[in-house]
Write a protein that binds this ligand. Sequence first.
Ligand SMILES: C[S@@+](CC[C@H](N)C(=O)[O-])C[C@H]1O[C@@H](n2cnc3c(N)ncnc32)[C@H](O)[C@@H]1O
Length: 342
Amino acid sequence: MSADPSPRLRAVPDAPGPDDVAPSVDGDGPPGFDPRDLDVKAKQIAYHDWESRTYDEKFSISYDQRCIDYARERFHKVVPEGAGFGSVLEVGAGTGFFLINLALGGCLDGAELAATDISEGMLEVCARNGAEHGLAIATRQGDAEALPYDDESFDLVVGHAFIHHLPVPGAAIREMHRVLKPGGTLVIAGEPTEIGDRLSWLVKRNTYRAFRAATVLPGLSSLRKPSLREQGGSATDEVLAGLEHEVDLHTFRPGDVEHLARLVGFGNVEVVTEELTANWFGWAVRTIEGSIRPGLLGSRWAFTAYHGYLKLSRFDEVVLQRVVPRSVFYNLILHARKPYRH
Ligand SMILES: C[S@@+](CC[C@H](N)C(=O)[O-])C[C@H]1O[C@@H](n2cnc3c(N)ncnc32)[C@H](O)[C@@H]1O
């Protein structure tokens, strides 16, 4: 098992910050190619195609009990056990983390599975991951803001950690409404709230600074993870890695997301949020994992991190969710139904 307590925390120090990015792309990319000149959607494609090769490893994504439990719990926070669906689409599916783990967890039994993403690279990995777990996933490259499917095609549309990448998230929510059959269900999980993201950024930054300061001490600099260049990456790799800071476009207020969903025609709209101290703990762990030389943290670290994360998640749910406003928690889950026609 990976040391990363939550499979869903985004890495920070792996990639150079905007100030650290090489000023020009030399020799090893196509002549004249500079990903920083691309428009916002082409940047998403360039970054996620590049990231698809290492995405599962980077985010500690697996298709085993740990990730199955994580996906099932998110889903069943808003959808009752035993709900059945004939056809399911995941939008912004990436390598298939949510769809595949939901299917393996028995949430999508008997359903036809489809996945779309703007990145072909991600979809190739998604289809491969599905096949490795006995799942046939029909993949189709497309933009969430103009989905490549007919009206009223699916009983369930899901998404995980992707609408914050879209220039116009409301356009994607309208599209998901369009491709749902009347009575169909929408579930979007893993989106960052505005306040939760700010708080987690403080944790991330302070952990990173503390780690850097500690590794300035004599003899400790060898603890630091080698840079991409030192690991054999090219200048193009470095620039593409730097796009990580440009592809995250939004954070959300729960009430705004509910409003958007109602505006495009959804009914039974609800937004729930989760993870506060668990998220801070997870970010601190993930930041250290992303900063330290690979191989130095052993299985005891992995065990402690995972179980620490689970305990804090329980504390957040049982204690803090009673007293802390929902806007402060990090992860947002949207659940809505498309009304039947009268
Ligand atoms: C953080 S990843 C999440 C992937 C996956 N859902 C998961 O949870 O692991 C964001 C995904 O959104 C996709 N994406 C970004 N912009 C998109 C767009 N306009 N339309 C569809 N997918 C998009 C990216 O290619 C990437 O696969």
